[in-house]
Design a protein around this ligand. Structure first.
Ligand SMILES: Nc1ncnc2c1ncn2[C@@H]1O[C@H](COP(=O)(O)OP(=O)(O)O)[C@@H](O)[C@H]1O
Ligand SMILES: [Mg+2]
Length: 411
């Protein structure tokens, strides 16, 4: 991965005497203790990460964890107290005002939660406002703005005023305004958090669809784990100014590093994210069609399952059989003589929720590889056990707080 954006050891201290706070934070003193000892807020504490070209990288954490502060450091709306930030391998913090303006013009744009639209300007005038400020000719900036409005599905609304728009539409305008600059990197600070759930889901879809065309590098901020999972290639979980875990949505759900992360993950209906190959152990036995009865019985007994999937010499599932019928059969019975029922199969990559649906009633499902060979078999009991096993590890859900972000309005 070539890094489009790279942050190294970034700190941000709020307060009049950041040096002492910085020194303590560098020694590993927790931001809470730094606050009680110095009165300084270490809002971002030693954060390092890289975001690749066309990647959606989400920073997620509870309110107050430092997300907005961090994202503002990335385009120097706020000056980091320490650390380095690179865009396309160029150091951002050493740039002078003119160079910085140039970077903001061409490389990096921001979408805010509270839209920040100018009420007395039409939609298209809002979108082209940034271009106007930097002196683009009227005709050219209008064309750019209209194109951006088309990208977000608002062409018909160009000449209306923000007041005529719903919250979801306003946020689309906010996005269009950022897109009009055609930046390489989009910073999106809780852009959908103020919207109600249906509109929010709509906009998430719209963003994903748009991203397939525009392939920007996106740093997305949210306190909502569902949203993070839906949108992100990778998620960084932030707590008290620090990144506690960075990984794919799958990693974070399956292998949370601590209870804080686990609580987010638990919020999610895991079955929508986990896939068939994750079920472990797969306890339904695979029995070869040429196995002898005694061996087959032993396998069932050891697995403590009432059924098994029968596989042919090529490893492909042939059907499933019931233990009861095996017990009642004569000793010399071959597996191929037993009644055999059709068995459903699923790839290891199938969503667990789909797998669960395939496990109708009592039937097992064969998990197959690309060649169609069974690599294991599960039944509804296995899937449920797998899900509840995760759930059991964290009895309490997270308490999500989300305060209005007053700062945003001022930006
Ligand atoms: N201007 C400021 N002055 C002092 N402290 C601030 C300021 N802005 C934010 N903070 C504090 O920094 C921490 C991180 O805040 P913020 O970056 O807004 O978190 P988030 O976006 O995750 O909610 C919080 O403890 C917040 O109270
Ligand atoms: Mg914030």
């Amino acid at each position: 991965m070539t890094a489009k954006l790279k942050a190294d050891g970034v700190f941000k201290v709020y307060g009049t005497q950041p040096e002492e706070a910085l020194r303590l934070a560098r020694q590993g003193v927790h931001p809470k203790d730094v606050l009680s000892r110095t009165g300084q807020v270490v809002a971002v504490c030693d954060v390092s990460f890289e975001v690749g070209e066309a990647e959606i990288f989400t920073i997620m954490g509870l309110s107050g964890s430092g997300k907005s502060t961090l994202v503002r450091c990335l385009n120097r709306l706020m000056e980091p107290s320490a650390g380095s930030i690179q865009i396309d391998g160029e150091q951002l913090l050493q740039k002078g005002p003119a160079e910085l303006r140039q970077v903001r013009r061409t490389k990096i744009a921001m979408v805010f939660q509270n839209f920040a639209l100018l009420p007395h300007k039409t939609v298209v005038a809002n979108v082209e406002f940034g271009l106007q400020l930097r002196g683009e000719p009227r005709q050219q900036r209008r064309e750019t703005a209209l194109r951006a409005l088309e990208q977000v599905g608002l062409s018909d609304w160009a000449n209306r005023y923000p007041d005529n728009l719903s919250g979801g539409m306003k946020q689309r305008v906010g996005l269009a305004r950022a897109l009009a600059n055609d930046p390489d990197i989009l910073l999106m600070d809780e852009p959908f958090s103020a919207l109600d759930p249906l509109i929010r889901a709509d906009l998430q879809e719209a963003l994903l669809k748009l991203q397939r065309e525009i392939k920007k590098t996106i740093v997305f901020i949210t306190h909502d784990f569902h949203e993070a999972v839906k949108l992100s290639d990778r998620i960084a979980v932030m707590r008290d100014g620090r990144f506690v875990q960075v990984g794919t949505p799958h990693d974070i759900v399956l292998r949370p590093v601590d209870d804080y992360v686990e609580n987010f993950a638990r919020e999610l209906d895991r079955s929508k994210l986990l896939c068939a190959g994750d079920v472990s152990p797969m306890r339904v036995p695979l029995i070869r069609a040429d196995a002898v009865r005694a061996d087959a019985l032993r396998q069932l007994l050891m697995a403590n399952k009432p059924h098994a999937v029968v596989v042919g010499p090529d490893g492909k599932p042939l059907g499933f059989m019931r233990g009861q019928e095996l017990e009642q059969a004569r000793d010399a019975t071959a597996m191929s003589d037993l009644p055999r029922r059709a068995v459903a199969s699923a790839f290891a990559s199938s969503a667990l929720i789909d797998l669960y649906r395939a496990c109708e009633g009592q039937a097992p499902v064969a998990i197959v590889n690309d060649a169609g060979q069974a690599v294991g078999a599960v039944d509804a009991g296995d899937v449920l056990l797998h899900l509840s096993d995760h759930a059991r590890r964290s009895p309490d859900g997270p308490s999500m707080q989300h305060g209005p972000e007053m700062l945003e309005a001022a930006q």
